[in-house]
Structure formats: C-alpha cells, structure tokens
Design a protein around this ligand. Structure first.
Ligand code: TRP
Length: 502
C-alpha cells in the first residue's frame, strides 16, 4: 500500500474498489433500494402527495447533499468505518459511529423481511397468485393478527421466514470478499432495475384513471406544509434513501482511491437516487389512480402504509396485455436486485466497523452479524410483524436516524471544524465546494433538524392516540425504547476494549 499520511489507519488494499465507476455504482446501489419504489411512494402518499415532493426537495438540498458530502469526505479522509472515523476526530465520538451503525442494523433487520415479501411475490408471479384482488391477497398473505393486542405475535408465517433465510444467505455471499465482489455485483443490480422500472411507468401511466393518481402526486397542497410531520417524514426519507446517518457512505468512501472526485460523485449519487424515487412514485401513483378507477373509491380511501406497493404493482402487472407473469417475475426480481446492494452495504459497514476495532476475520464478522440480524428479524415474520415493522420503521427512521444526523453535523461543525473536511474534499474535486457548506453544517442542518425533531416528538407525545393507534405499551417498547436502547448499546460497544492488530 502506498504511504499514508495517517499511519494509524490501516486499510487493506485488496478490499478496495476495482474502479471509480464501481464505487459510484456501489454507493448508488446502496442509496437506490426498495426505499425508492416501496417506501418513498407510501410516505409521499401519507403526507399529502405533491406537498411532500416539495418538502423532499428542500430536505435534499438543505441536509441530504451537504451531509452526503460530509460522510464521503470523512470516510475518505480517515480511511475508516464509522466508529473509528468519528473516534479519530475525538475518542468519545466513537460512540456516534456505533450509534449510526446500530440504527442501520435495526433497519436491515426489517429491510430483509421486506426483501422476503418481494421474494414471495416473485414466486407468486409465476401464476399471478393475487388474482383480481391484490389488496385482499396481501392481507391474506400477511394473515395479520389482532391490531389491538400486538404483543400476541401469533404464529410465524412460514413463507416469509424461508424467504428471510434465503435473503440473508444471498447477502452474505454478495460481500464475501469485500468491495471487490461488490464491484462486480453492482453493475447488474443497478442498471437492470432502471430498465424494468421504465417499462412499468409506461404501462402505469397508460391505464385508465392513472391521471387522477398522478394529479394527487404532482399537485402540491400547500396547507400540508404547515404540518411538522410532513417535514420530518421528508427529512427521514431523504436520510433513509441516501443511506445517510448509517455510516454506510463513510465506510464506502474509505475504500475509495486517494484521488477521487468526491463532490462530483456526491451529486451523481444524490440526483440518481432522487430521480429513481420520483419515477417509482409515478408508477405507484398511476397504479393508485387505476385502482380507484376500478373500485370507484377516491384517492384518499386507498389504505397506505408499508403494504401499498404490494397492492399497486400487482394491479399494474395484471394489466399487461401479454405475458403478465413475465412482467411480474421481472418486476420482483428488480426489487430484489435493488434491495440486495442496500442490504449488503450495511452489512459491509458493520463488518468494517467490527474489523477495524477487533481485527477478527472478515468471514466470522460477516456470518456472525448476518445471523444475529436474521434472528432479530424473525419478529417481523409473525402475524403481528407488520405492526411492529410500522412502529420500528417510524421511530428508527424519523427519530433516531435524525438524531444521528444532528450529532454528526455538530461533531464536524464544532469539534473537527468543517473547513478541514471541506479542504480535504476540494483537494481532489474539480468542482470546489465553498464556505456556504460550512454554514449549512454549522447552522442550517442542526437548527432545521432539531426544530423538526422536537416538534414531531412533541406532537407524537401529545396526540390523543399513540402512534398508529397501537397500544401505548407497544409503541413504548418498539418505538421510544429504541431511543434508549440504541445509545446504551453504542456506549457498551465504545467502551469495550479493542484488540490490537497482532
Ligand atoms: N437506501 C436504501 C433504500 O432506499 C435503504 C437503506 C438505507 C438501507 N440504509 C440501509 C437498507 C441499511 C438496508 C440497510 O432502500
């Protein structure tokens, strides 16, 4: 390895990216996931359609892109996974790195379950098993238990559990050799999905009723922008979608060649990701319009939530004039290829963090962490799984993840100093970022996120009903509990002794 000006940081070159394109695709692959075609549309739908789009764009420019620059710069500068990267700014900040990794860990536990739904739907596509009633079929598939007592989990749904195990095996194999393998996998998993998505958009928008759905998607209702929950959902989705705040982009950038144009990469990644979400939204909202046309209901009567995409896409699939099975198979294959690189980006990040600290072998870390995540995911494969998924997703993404965002901006702004990071990034970038960035990190990001978070928390606490109308004890365990447990576990991981490399 060439001489590094930061000798403490060891980075085994054999795990580096095979080319710049592979890196950009890897990071795009992490960013573009089912979040774009599954989460974005339902969050958008629940938060006012067109108004949400506007809030999303503002969130992208005031926090998404500036923080992506921050994470990429930090990883590239410190050549470390998140815990060691933050720890090298100041030792106690290692805690923040672990917190970031843990938020991602929680996410990947249920993300893999959504992947398992996709895998099941992939199989259902062979004979269009959902028939003429995708909504009813989805309910039967999940066989949901009584929502008023979600502590009684009911039984595990075998198909979802099998899918979960298969998904984890696939994820583990994908990163078996680190970034080298990743570099190859991403070529297929990033380009293929785009082609299929475009076919779906064309079919979607030409269905009867599609225009009503699109009108809801694209017409902003400005009064919605007065609701804090719309803003926090927008910021949450930007973080979720750009894989920000999980330390993923720090770990990925740490594998970059020294001379990499970071600013350029950041803009490519951010714009490609948003474009995909926008296009995914077109497909889903034309599907919603079509469903309403079919059933005679109005747009806001369709039930949203994490199940939305699993109802609208099958409805579109049914309408292909020839070989709908084939389009179904292709579509769910696409979702899986989109999801896989997001999922392994996180596993790779946790593995990097653990290896940085304890120097255990890649294989052990890889299999061990995946196994624990799989076990934790089992709760989401039960009949009460969707309820827990809904609660955990909301609190993890909209609260804990945003807190990580606030803390990382503060750490760079007030401990490291943004100028140092900006100068590092500009060193290798054609397009230089200006001092404006320092001020965004110092003032805009923390202020906007703290106000949004505080406001959203206040409202969540003071609403008549607990989140989603579930029992308050469940919301406490699966939601608020995360805000307590994750920081504590992060603290334990921080104070555990690291093992010196032998
Ligand atoms: N960016 C991914 C998406 O849009 C979601 C994601 C972010 C993710 N961080 C992750 C998925 C960590 C798995 C693990 O779908």
């Amino acid at each position: 390895m060439s001489e590094s000006n930061m000798p403490v940081m060891d980075r085994d070159d054999s795990h580096g990216w095979s080319s710049r394109t592979a890196f950009v695709l890897g990071a795009i692959g992490s960013a573009i996931g089912i979040g774009n075609v599954w989460r974005f549309p339902f969050v958008c739908y629940e938060n006012g359609g067109g108004a949400f789009l506007l809030a999303y764009l503002i969130a992208l420019f005031t926090a998404g892109i500036p923080l992506l620059l921050l994470e990429m710069g930090l990883g590239h500068k410190t050549l470390s996974g998140p815990p060691r990267a933050y720890g090298s700014i100041k030792k106690p900040l290692e805690w923040l790195g672990w917190l970031a990794v843990l938020v991602g860990f929680v996410l990947v536990c249920y993300y893999a379950v959504i992947m398992s739904w996709c895998a099941n739907y992939f199989v259902f596509s062979f004979d269009l098993k959902w028939g003429d009633d995708p909504a009813g079929f989805f309910n039967k598939f999940l066989n949901k238990s009584d929502p008023t007592n979600i502590f009684s989990l009911g039984s595990i749904i075998p198909g979802i559990l099998i899918g979960l195990v298969v998904m984890w095996i696939w994820v583990v194999l994908s990163i078996w050799k680190g970034a080298k393998t990743v570099s190859k996998v991403v070529y297929v998993t990033v380009i293929l999905p785009w082609l299929i998505l475009i076919i779906f958009v064309i079919r979607g928008v030409t269905l009867p009723g599609a225009m009503d759905g699109l009108a809801f998607y694209l017409t902003p209702d400005f009064s919605k922008l007065l609701e804090p929950k719309v803003w926090i959902a927008a910021y949450g989705q930007v973080f979720f979608s750009l894989s920000l705040g999980f330390g993923i982009m720090i770990a990925y950038a740490s594998f970059l060649p020294k001379k990499s144009d970071i600013v350029n990469n950041v803009f490519i990644i951010a714009l490609a990701d948003s474009a995909t979400a926008f296009v995914g939204g077109i497909a889903v909202f034309s599907g919603i319009g079509f469903l309403c046309h079919q059933t005679g209901s109005s747009i806001d009567q369709i039930s949203g939530g994490p199940g939305l995409a699993f109802v609208t896409y099958p409805a579109i699939i049914n309408q292909f004039p020839f070989a709908p099975q084939l389009f179904g198979i292709l579509f769910f294959l696409m979702l899986l290829t989109l999801a896989i690189d997001s999922a392994f980006s996180l596993l790779e990040t946790v593995v990097t963090g653990v290896m940085d600290k304890w120097h255990i072998s890649r294989a052990t870390a890889n299999i061990g962490i995946a196994f624990i995540a799989m076990l934790c995911g089992i709760v989401f494969t039960t009949q009460a799984g969707l309820y827990w998924l809904d609660i955990v997703d909301n609190f993890n993404t909209n609260f804990v993840l945003i807190i990580v965002g606030i803390l990382e901006a503060i750490a760079i702004a007030y401990v490291l100093g943004p100028k140092k990071l900006r100068e590092h990034v500009n060193l290798t970038s054609d397009f230089k970022i200006g001092v404006w960035w320092d001020w965004i990190i110092r003032i805009v990001v923390p202020v906007v996120l703290i106000i949004g978070l505080g406001w959203a928390m206040y409202i969540t606490i003071n609403e008549d009903k607990p989140y989603g109308g579930y029992q308050s004890s469940a919301v406490f365990v699966g939601g608020w509990g995360l805000l307590i447990i994750l920081p504590v576990v992060a603290l334990i991981l921080t104070v555990l002794k690291s093992k010196k490399q032998s």
